[in-house]
Design a protein around this ligand. Structure first.
Ligand code: PRP
Ligand code: URA
Length: 208
């Protein structure tokens, strides 16, 4: 399964709170960061460890550390920025690549208006972050850009996914795993996830 719905009670509780229609910008932002941290925890569970010896207070001691893995976090502008600090809390040494995409409201197709990638993408794990996987057009376009630059280990974190997006992403990039806090019912005619969160970018930035 390319899209993994995380069942952890903390994730379920927090994503439920985010659905409140009159939630404040402050609370929505805080919960976005908290769920992002928990999704990052799940998505990195298979990172390999290696042993190293350090000088502990009680003498030389063997500890585990993550085995030389380079990570780039890839927020999709603009709403993906809301998840960035939470993910970087977990991986403070990760580099950040940025992709600017906005959905055309008529066609629902993503329009690329900016991208800036870090180097050595062929050696990195990319963790794409975006709160919403609706049609999956934005996610598929971002994965296409990363693959074109040689990235081989691509993972994604989204807060809410629509079944239509799950199907499209799985068909386009079956090897890319995507962790989500919820797979919702469907997309409405405007391409919004139902029940969903509404417009995640507007809620994070306080626009509209
Ligand atoms: C939203 C969301 C995703 C995209 C999902 O961004 O943050 O990037 O739509 O839709 P899709 O799966 O159908 O592509 P939006 O284009 O509204 O831009 P914003 O982040 O600037 O608000
Ligand atoms: N983008 C959003 O912000 N929300 C949706 O439901 C779909 C796309």
């Amino acid at each position: 399964m390319a899209v993994i719905e995380v069942q952890h009670p903390l994730v379920k509780h927090k994503i439920g709170l985010m659905r409140e229609a009159d939630i404040s910008t402050k609370k929505f932002r805080e919960l976005t960061g908290e769920v992002a941290r928990l999704l990052a925890y799940e998505a990195t569970a298979d990172f390999p460890l290696e042993k190293t010896t350090i000088e502990c207070w009680s003498g030389p001691t063997e500890i585990d550390q993550i085995a030389g893995r380079k990570v780039t976090v890839v927020p999709i502008l603009r709403a993906g920025l809301g998840m960035l600090d939470g993910v970087l809390d977990m991986m403070p040494n990760a580099k950040v690549s940025v992709v600017g995409l906005a959905r055309d409201h008529e066609t629902l197709k993503p329009v690329n208006y900016f991208d800036r990638f870090v180097g050595q993408l062929d050696e990195r794990t990319a963790l794409i972050i975006d709160p919403m996987l609706a049609t999956a057009g934005s996610m598929i376009a971002t994965i296409d850009l990363l693959k074109a630059r040689g990235c081989k280990d691509i993972r994604a974190l989204v807060l809410v996914a629509a079944p239509e997006g799950v199907k499209a992403l799985t068909a386009a990039h079956p090897e890319v795993r995507c962790w989500t806090a919820a797979i919702d019912s469907h997309l409405n005619e405007q391409g919004y996830i139902i029940p969903g969160l509404g417009d995640a970018g507007d809620k994070i930035f306080g626009t509209k």
